[in-house]
Design a protein around this ligand. Structure first.
Ligand code: C6P
Length: 414
């Protein structure tokens, strides 16, 4: 692609995101935290409220049926997007955290017993860590941590060595929100299954950036968040194999998740409604459906090309900044658009504040992965994360701003 072609493509894609028109001076590089929303998603949410809004799954009047259809159409779009066999395997939640909480309660209740082992990795986000810490305590099970090497890699040998005959469940992120490294989930899920363990995949950072097919990966469960993939906040997804979902108790109780209730007990609704208590986030689901349509319109080929190009571009430029150290792999392609770094002598929060003054938006802190920070030997880091709508200019502005932080902190111009 020539420079001119790339610039034209940048313009075409950015025109779809109204926030960039509102703030043309912002370089938004905090996409691992949440993404901006294209106009089509904003329109879909608005249209839902203008044309289709009623309480879905309840009313027998036309408007409620329209709301139900809009909600269930979105479920079908999600099913297709992640390659699930049936919409019964797609549960809408609030976000990846809620999906993982549901699992750590209901799957642990059904499949983990006293004395069993639960295996997670040291690079898990707190949502895939605290949840299992609590589940292990509740079930009398033992929680084990699989450490990566200092660059973030987990090999097949390391994974095999961490399994025990008691390992009943493995929970692992596909892409780390700190190091950007991608775990070989397909291989690890196969090994886990051979060992008699279930495999939970945290797809919060992978589903928005690469084609993920749950049947190809053969994971038992997968969690992700709509807001990290162009959709509104407050809608998330939990995929689970039907035969496993069927064995699990409900997580939340209330309206719409029952079949029949008596004073003493209840029978529960069919999948997936058994796991969707109360009035659902229909507009959020509709927004997620619109986001998926937009992903399809842009196409994975272009998204992957753009994100890989920007990853290589960012890595090369960041590597040249004096006193800046990128954590994780030395191969830019292994970062999947996530660059976490330290600058000698400058606190990550000071870096974030100085970059903010230059209208460059990044994240600083522990990134909700404190055991990983402890393993890496630092309490906090700075992180820039890319989406396909970013441009070389965003990276140039990041690098230009970073190049001045030490001087601004009084270190001189060395
Ligand atoms: N990571 C980040 O800036 P929620 O907040 O529920 O939508 O997603 C939780 C979550 C789960 N797993 C991974 C790998 C994640 O990265 C996140 C969210 C954001 O890194 C917010 S802390």
């Amino acid at each position: 692609m020539t420079d001119l072609e790339r610039k034209l493509e940048d313009q075409e894609i950015r025109a779809d995101f109204p926030l960039f028109t509102t703030y043309p001076d912002i370089a938004y590089l905090d996409n691992a935290a949440t993404t901006q929303k294209p106009q089509c998603v904003i329109d879909a949410v608005r249209d839902y409220y203008v044309k289709d809004n009623a309480n879905p799954l309840r009313g027998l009047y036309e408007l409620s049926m329209r709301a139900t259809d809009a909600y269930e159409d979105a479920r079908e779009l999600v099913r297709e997007f992640i390659g699930a066999a049936s919409t019964e395997e797609i549960v809408f939640t609030r976000n990846a955290s809620e999906s993982l909480n549901l699992l750590a309660y209901s799957a642990a209740e059904a499949f983990v017993k006293e004395g069993d082992d639960i295996l997670i990795t040291i690079m898990e986000h707190h949502s895939n860590l605290l949840t299992w810490q609590q589940a292990a305590k509740r079930r009398g099970a033992h929680l084990h941590y699989l450490e990566c090497d200092p660059k973030g890699k987990i090999t097949e040998e390391m994974f095999r060595a961490a399994l025990t005959p008691q390992t009943k469940l493995v929970a692992m992120t596909q892409v780390s929100n700190v190091l950007g490294v991608k775990n070989d989930v397909k291989t690890f899920a196969k090994i886990a299954h051979e060992n008699g363990a279930l495999f939970v995949c945290d797809g919060a950072q992978s589903v928005p950036h690469m084609p993920v097919n749950v049947r190809d990966l053969d994971v038992d469960f997968l969690a992700c968040s709509g807001h990290k993939m162009l959709a509104p906040m407050g809608i998330g997804v939990l995929y689970g194999k039907r035969e496993l979902f069927e064995q699990m108790p409900p997580f939340l109780f209330g309206g719409e998740m029952i079949e029949y209730v008596t004073r003493e007990g209840a029978t529960y609704a069919e999948l997936p409604h058994k796991f969707e208590a109360g009035t659902v986030n229909a507009s959020g689901a509709v927004g997620l459906g619109a986001a998926i349509r937009y992903y399809k319109k842009i196409g994975w080929e272009r998204i992957l090309e753009r994100e890989e190009h920007l990853s290589i571009y960012a890595y090369e430029k960041l590597s040249k900044v004096q006193h800046l150290h990128i954590l994780g792999s030395d191969d830019p392609k292994e970062h999947h658009g996530i660059f976490t770094f330290l600058v000698d002598g400058v606190h990550p929060h000071d870096i974030a504040a100085m970059l903010d003054a230059d209208r460059v938006d990044i994240r600083a802190g522990h990134h909700c992965a404190q055991p990983l920070m402890q393993f890496l030997g630092t309490p906090s880091t700075t992180r820039a994360s890319i989406a396909f709508y970013n441009t070389e200019e965003d990276i140039d502005r990041l690098v230009a701003s970073l190049s001045t932080v030490r001087e601004k902190m009084g270190y001189g111009n060395e």
